[in-house]
Design a protein around this ligand. Structure first.
Ligand code: FAD
Length: 350
């Protein structure tokens, strides 16, 4: 199987331009940006808190859909052929609290100011890893997961040495709330793991499912139950979750379902590593000359952390655009700098 090629703009790297750039996050946005920058002659350093490159492609989407090997080979190619340096298990942050999926692997913390000190510019590509909550009673019971809390351990156990335990759904009743790509991946993984009964519960109709009607129909053909126009109200249980109470449109009666696992796949929100310092929502709102640059000079942003959960192709495009913008900013910045120092010299001579 061929490696993906993220440095598709050049057959071989050009002579080094003597400048260093940092990319935070090695998902599709970070990898495509790293490839672009390497092809522009930069020394590129990519930081990721996980032990391998790929982001959600490797640690979210199940391996039977995107083989991790292809991404590994792509990262290897960037290193061997283009000199890109990966720093894995390294989290870039300003807060010392370790509390997100993937933080189990962190061995080193580096601050944004350290990066800004060392690099000409920094690109943030940290994705959308924080899951939305259901906000209903019982959500914190054992057996209730978000989609990434469920999928990440399955991938992490396979790909790296870890003590993270994979959820044991074999022979169990699983209910998945949501009908997007994450929900479909949770259902498919549960099918493979031998869950006894799987039910998808969605607030709208099959035609409105973000994963598409076809995808849901295929799952139904494999025995997955579908409950539409349904709203989860409460989860009951003790040591383990036992029942889900929900309502359905146009039916005043509340309904109950026996469950061993409840997995909410209702979307993720951007994982901004600098929430106190940087409002990523503001990027692009102000009249910045530089596309995807934050309020900090030389700090750019790309991929799902900027747009919210999207698609692989959009993340790649966003990474490429940010890399080009960052390159433009560095060049203009250096020109301004050179002009200022020439003017200073002329003044002192005059
Ligand atoms: C379950 C699931 C299934 C999906 N299926 C599809 C699909 O079929 N087709 C499709 O097109 N899209 C799919 N998507 C969406 C797609 O995976 C994302 O849009 C894409 O991966 C976003 O790329 P990214 O580079 O912005 O971020 P990510 O892929 O999320 O990568 C972000 C990287 O940043 C790292 N990171 C985060 N914070 C820090 C930090 N502080 N310091 C260092 N590193 C950090 C993370 O470890 C991660 O490696 C799916 C998403 C999910 C969750």
């Amino acid at each position: 199987m061929n490696a993906m090629n993220y440095a598709f703009l050049c057959a071989a790297p050009p002579p080094p331009n003597g400048l260093k750039t940092a990319v935070i996050g090695s998902g599709p946005a970070g990898l495509s940006a790293a490839g672009w920058l390497a092809c522009a002659g930069y020394e590129v350093h990519v930081y990721d808190k996980l032990p391998k490159a790929g982001g959600l492609l490797v640690f979210g989407i199940p391996g039977f859909r995107v083989p991790a090997r292809r991404i590994d080979d792509a990262a290897q190619k960037l290193t061997n052929d283009y000199g890109v340096r990966f720093h894995f298990c390294t989290k870039i942050c300003t807060q010392d609290k370790v509390c997100e999926s993937g933080d189990e692997f962190v061995q080193e913390m580096v601050s944004l100011s350290e990066l800004l000190h060392e690099f000409a510019a920094v690109l943030i590509c940290t994705g959308s890893w924080r899951s939305r909550k259901l906000n209903i009673p019982g959500e914190n019971l054992p057996g209730v997961y978000t989609s990434l809390e469920f999928l990440f351990p399955l991938r992490a156990c396979k790909l790296a040495q870890t003590r993270i335990a994979a959820p044991q759904v074999e022979g169990k009743n699983v209910v998945v709330i949501g009908a997007g790509l994450s929900a479909v991946d949770v259902v498919q993984s549960s099918l493979r793991l031998g869950a006894r009964r799987i039910t998808m519960l969605y607030r709208r109709t099959m035609d409105e499912a973000p994963a598409g009607r076809m995808e849901i129909k295929l799952l139904r053909q494999r025995g997955v139950h579908w409950v539409e126009r349904a709203t989860p109200l409460r989860i009951h249980g003790g040591e383990q979750v036992q029942k889900l109470v929900y309502s359905q449109a146009n039916d005043p009666e509340k309904k109950e379902m026996d469950v061993d696992f409840v997995i909410s796949a209702i979307g993720e929100v951007p994982t901004n590593p600098f929430p106190r310092e940087l409002r990523i929502e503001d990027v692009g709102q102000e009249d910045s000359k530089w596309l995807q640059m934050t309020k900090f000079d030389g700090v750019f942003v790309a991929g799902d952390v900027l747009t919210g959960p999207s698609k692989i192709g959009r993340a790649i495009l966003s990474g490429l655009k940010a890399a080009e913008s960052l390159d433009g900013w560095i060049k203009a910045h250096r020109l301004d700098h050179a002009r200022e120092s020439t003017a200073g010299q002329e003044e002192s001579h005059g």
